[in-house]
Design a protein around this ligand. Structure first.
Ligand SMILES: [Cu+2]
Length: 348
């Protein structure tokens, strides 16, 4: 009994550090803490989740707002064009570890009843921002690796009807995304009240701009199943609907960097002040040895990962944590070798 308990703790500890949850959001610099995962859901604006593990599978009901997400009692005040930041923590409240994959943000009207009573299963989500791979080859998600309170930021649209909205913010950690079912989804829902729009338009997006979760993604969609995710020359394709067009989320036509035929990956990114200052030598994805399931897997790792992922849907939750621990051990074993080769410019 005793040794079994010890084994369980030993097996779980690195996993706790490897995954995580939304830690807080900011609106124009005002901070709104998220409830602790599994903790008191109390008076918050962010919906409480009860698990720091990733949501797996695009038909999973928890793809909506996270594991067993509970409605929050409060809403945060926001303005059209407000800058909203998101900080993620690992399972111990420390720095987020994953660095490969998209950061996407959706909104949905909570309707006349307000967000405190709103069932997100019915939410008509439209995408307001997608942030992926940057010109230097690193991902926006990696900015979260800078420290425990590092944020990524987006700008709210300026032309939505006034009212209460769910902001569904999502990281997809893609380090296992080269195999079916490997993508790790981390969704979180933040309840805001949006003041009157700064421009007239004030209609909710509709039609093909709108999706539900689950429903908005498929397991083999580009950007969710992506064999080339670690290929430096690979153009990442975001899953889900297009980003709605608005002054706030698209560069004005006069912007010389704007190219309508090739929208920038960092559509709604604004400087957050927490971007790590990186030397040119660190332009490649940061080595993540000891960081749980991150890193640049080589073929051997890919094979192991493939096998584990294949087992995923068939095995029980308990067995899954054992399989994940085995996967992690193997990744930790191989990633330092692969990274050191990558750093020295050798073939992997
Ligand atoms: Cu993880």
């Amino acid at each position: 009994m005793f040794s079994r308990a010890l084994f369980a703790i030993a097996a779980l500890t690195p996993l706790v550090a490897a995954h995580g949850a939304l830690k807080f959001a900011t609106v124009d610099g005002v901070r709104y803490n998220a409830p602790n995962p599994n903790g008191d859901s109390g008076d918050f604006t962010i919906r409480a989740v009860n698990d720091i593990n990733p949501v797996k599978g695009t038909d999973n009901p928890d793809l909506n707002c996270g594991h067993n997400a509970q409605k929050a009692a409060l809403v945060a005040d926001a303005q059209p064009g407000s800058v909203v930041g998101f900080a993620w923590a690992n399972g111990e409240g420390g720095t987020w570890v994953h660095n490969t994959g998209p950061v996407m943000t959706y909104m949905a009207s909570c309707g006349d009843g307000g967000c405190a009573n709103f069932d997100a299963g019915n939410a008509q989500f439209f995408k307001i921002a997608e942030q992926g791979k940057k010109a230097d080859g690193t991902w926006t998600m990696a900015e979260l690796n800078a420290g425990p309170d590092a944020t990524t930021t987006i700008t709210l649209p300026s032309d939505l009807p006034a009212g209460e909205y769910l902001i569904r913010h999502e990281l997809i950690a893609m380090q296992l995304g080269m195999s079916p079912g490997g993508a790790e989804f981390y969704p979180a829902c933040f309840q805001v009240r949006l003041a009157s729009p700064s421009r007239t338009a004030a209609e909710l997006p509709s039609g093909s701009n709108v999706v539900t979760f689950p429903g908005g993604y498929g397991d083999s969609d580009p950007g969710i199943l992506d064999a080339d995710i670690y290929n430096p020359g690979h153009d990442y394709v975001f899953p889900g609907p297009p980003v709605i067009s608005s002054e706030a989320t698209n560069p004005a036509p006069s912007d010389p960097s704007a190219d309508p035929s090739n929208p920038p990956a960092d559509t709604a990114s604004v400087p957050s002040g927490t971007t790590p200052t990186s030397s040119p030598a660190s332009a490649a994805p940061a080595p993540t040895s000891g960081n749980g399931c991150g890193g640049n897997p080589n073929r051997k790792v890919k094979r192991v990962v493939k096998r584990i992922v294949r087992q995923g849907p068939l095995i029980t939750k308990k067995k899954r944590s054992v399989a994940a621990a085995a996967h992690q051990k193997r990744v930790e074993q191989y990633v330092p070798t692969v990274n050191s080769r990558v750093m020295r410019g050798l073939k992997v």
